[in-house]
Write a protein that binds this ligand. Structure first.
Ligand SMILES: [Zn+2]
Length: 302
C-alpha cells in the first residue's frame, strides 16, 4: 500500500525536469519521500539531485529504502547500479556545491543498509555490489581531493566533514585505491568509517597493513576469506597486534586451524588465541570453514 503522499511524490519525480526545478522550494521533511520514490522509479538524475541538495543531518539509505509509513515496499535489497552511482556522485556534488540557499547540515551517511542479494529485483538488473560500492566510494573520495586543489572551489568544502559508514570489501585489485583513500581520510570531507570489512585475495602483508587503516577499534564484522593464506600463527600475530573491542562476527579462511599438524611449540599458540578471543566481549559468531579442531575446541572457546 502506498499513501497519497507517496503517490504524489512518485508523480512529481516522474517528470525530472519539473522536479529538479521544484527541489529548492520543497519542505525538508519531504526529501526522504522523494528519495524513495526516485529510487523506486530508478530515476538516477533525481536521486543525484536529491542527495546533492540533502537538507537533513542524516542520510541513511537502509532507513530511507526500508518499509516506511508511506510505502510498505522494502527497497533495501536493490543494489541498483543506476541509483547507487547517482547517490555516490550526488554526495560528491553535495560537498562541492556552494551552500548559498541552505546550510549544509549533513553529518552522517550510512550505506550499510543495502542488502546484496543473488537475484537483483530492480528494473535495470545492473548491480553495484559491495566490492563495486567500495571501489566507487574510494574513487569518489580521491576525486574530491583532486577537485579541492582547484582555486575556484567553494571555501565551505574545507570545513565539511561527513562520516560515511560502509561495509568495505577489498581485494588485490582494489587494494591500492582503498589504501590511498584511507590514508588521505583526514584531508577528505567524506570520511570513510568501516562497520564491516571483508578482505579477499590479498597477500598477508597487505591484509596486515590495511587492517590498521580501517579503524579496527570500531569494526563490528571482519571477514578474511578466499585466497588469503592465514594460518593459526598469523592469526595469533594479528590478534596480538590489533585489537577489535567491538567485533561481533569473525570469519576466517578455510583451514586456518589444523590440529593434526600441531607440534609442542604450536600448542601454546592455540591457547593464546583462545585467551585473546575470550577478551573480545562482543564476539557472538565465528566462522571457521574446514578447520580441524578435534579435541581442542575448549582451548579456543573459553
Ligand atoms: Zn536498477
Amino acid at each position: 500500500m502506498k499513501t497519497l503522499r507517496f503517490i504524489s511524490a512518485e508523480a512529481l519525480v516522474s517528470d525530472s525536469q519539473v522536479a529538479q526545478k521544484s527541489l529548492g522550494c520543497i519542505a525538508h521533511n519531504l526529501y526522504p519521500l522523494l528519495f524513495k520514490a526516485s529510487y523506486l522509479q530508478e530515476q538516477g538524475e533525481m536521486v543525484h539531485d536529491i542527495v546533492q541538495a540533502w537538507p537533513l543531518a542524516e542520510l541513511n539509505i537502509g532507513k530511507l529504502l526500508g518499509k516506511t509509513a508511506d510505502c510498505e515496499e522494502d527497497l533495501s535489497n536493490r543494489a541498483c547500479a543506476i541509483c547507487l552511482q547517482a547517490y555516490i556522485t550526488g554526495l560528491k556534488d553535495y560537498v562541492l556545491s556552494s551552500s548559498a540557499t541552505y546550510a549544509k547540515r549533513l553529518k552522517v551517511v550510512d550505506l550499510t543498509g543495502i542488502k546484496d542479494v543473488e537475484i537483483q529485483p530492480c528494473k535495470c538488473k545492473k548491480t553495484l555490489g559491495r566490492w563495486a560500492r567500495t571501489e566507487l566510494l574510494s574513487r569518489t573520495c580521491f576525486d574530491l581531493l583532486i577537485e579541492m586543489q582547484r582555486s575556484e572551489v567553494d571555501p565551505s568544502v574545507f570545513s565539511t566533514s561527513i562520516d560515511v559508514l560502509i561495509n568495505l570489501f577489498v581485494t588485490d585489485r582494489s587494494y591500492d585505491l582503498a589504501v590511498q583513500t584511507l590514508l588521505m581520510r583526514c584531508h577528505c570531507p567524506l570520511k570513510i568509517r568501516c562497520v564491516a570489512f571483508r578482505a579477499d585475495s590479498l597477500a598477508l602483508r597487505k591484509l596486515f597493513y590495511i587492517i590498521k587503516l580501517v579503524q579496527p577499534e570500531s569494526l563490528q564484522k571482519l571477514e578474511v576469506v578466499h585466497n588469503i593464506h592465514l594460518k593459526m600463527e598469523h592469526l595469533e600475530i594479528l590478534l596480538h597486534n590489533v585489537s577489535f573491542p567491538e567485533l561481533r562476527s569473525l570469519a576466517l579462511p578455510i583451514r586456518t586451524f589444523d590440529v593434526t599438524r600441531l607440534t609442542t611449540e604450536s600448542e601454546p599458540v592455540l591457547a593464546h588465541i583462545g585467551e585473546m578471543l575470550s577478551r573480545m566481549t562482543q564476539l557472538r559468531e565465528i566462522s571457521l570453514p574446514f578447520s580441524i579442531l578435534t579435541g581442542r575446541i575448549r582451548r579456543l572457546l573459553r
